[in-house]
Design a protein around this ligand. Structure first.
Ligand code: AMP
Length: 296
């Protein structure tokens, strides 16, 4: 891979719209990777997938204020545009959209996008308004980028489903792709928030993937009871986490609760917990994903 120039940075809606319209006029498809910056190899895998799917790749970097709750880490969220641009340089990104908040939110803005039912359980139950904030900003970004293929990570599985449903319901000309979770060498899911962890907490963070791995092995050995699989996953997490928001098996398409036995469609097994003060999430789809610690 040759060294390439720092990508072009746009901070105005009109400029990004013009750039994307221009790419399509030239016969190209546009691929779009929305992020909040603090880029790591997980984000870069999404960029690689974008590059594979379209000649013109846009990455947005925007820490979206309205998806954070009042006691969440909006102020502390890591921001380093210079480092992000350096990380993107080798990947042939055509434009980085890094707008100031005023560019996306007029002072008297009053519109929200709410995606029913999929936004309610799991993170939606613990972070009220979070998915409304996500859907609203993604709707704005799609309105600027226009027709495209958009790449999302399945680390934020519920977010991926919410965005997919919004696109379908609102008839956006967007193909939404869900990229598999990218993990560190010890299995921990990559996350911008991992940099909040102390060395000891980083070791404790392995409990999430250990719990998921144990549950996948149990599922692959024939266990189908949802409560039993949840409790297998909970074991290591209970020992390591400061608090647990949820460890839940749910329908992988609708996120409906699973009362007894997991059916032929498999199940999403999703975790959110705190290690020290840092909230981490992870998941697997039972019946689909390989064991995360020893991929098939
Ligand atoms: P964020 O910057 O955390 O909002 O993430 C931007 C996009 O990158 C989202 O679609 C995330 O799901 C995705 N992403 C973040 N971490 C990972 C990961 N470890 N593996 C795959 N996708 C990820």
């Amino acid at each position: 891979m040759g060294l390439q120039a720092t990508p072009r940075v746009l901070d105005r809606v009109v400029d990004l719209r013009r750039a994307c319209d221009g790419a399509r006029l030239n016969g190209g498809r546009v691929a779009f990777v929305p992020t909040m910056g603090a880029l790591h190899a997980g984000h870069l895998a999404l960029v690689t997938e974008a590059k594979r799917r379209a000649p013109f790749v846009v990455v947005s970097i925007f820490v979206n204020p309205i998806q954070f709750g009042p006691r969440e880490d909006f102020g502390a969220y890591p921001r380093d545009l210079g480092a992000d641009l350096a990380a993107l340089s080798p990947w042939g990104v055509d434009a980085v959209f890094a707008p100031p908040a005023e560019e996306l939110y007029a002072q008297d803005e009053s519109t929200r996008v709410r995606v029913g039912s999929l936004s309610d359980p799991l993170c939606g139950a613990v972070r009220p308004g979070h998915f409304e904030g996500v859907a609203t900003v993604v709707a704005k970004l799609f309105a600027v980028v226009g027709e495209c293929v958009a790449i999302f990570g399945r680390k934020d599985y519920q977010q991926w489903l919410v965005v997919r449903r919004m696109v379908r319901d609102l008839l956006w000309p967007v193909e939404v792709v869900g990229h598999p979770i990218v993990r560190e060498s010890d299995g921990v899911a990559m996350s911008s928030r991992n940099r909040y962890l102390s060395a000891g907490e980083r070791l404790r963070a392995r409990a999430l993937v250990q719990g998921l791995d144990a549950a996948v092995h149990a599922y692959d050995s024939g266990e189908r009871r949802a409560r039993r699989l949840e409790s297998i996953a909970r074991g290591p997490i209970e020992r390591a986490a400061s608090s647990i928001d949820y460890v839940e098996a749910r329908d992988p398409e609708t996120l409906a609760a699973i009362e007894g036995i997991i059916g032929p469609g498999g199940a999403l097994l999703a975790i959110a917990c705190r290690i020290g003060g840092t909230r981490l999430i992870d998941n697997v789809v039972l019946g689909e994903d390989p064991p995360p610690l020893s991929p098939r």
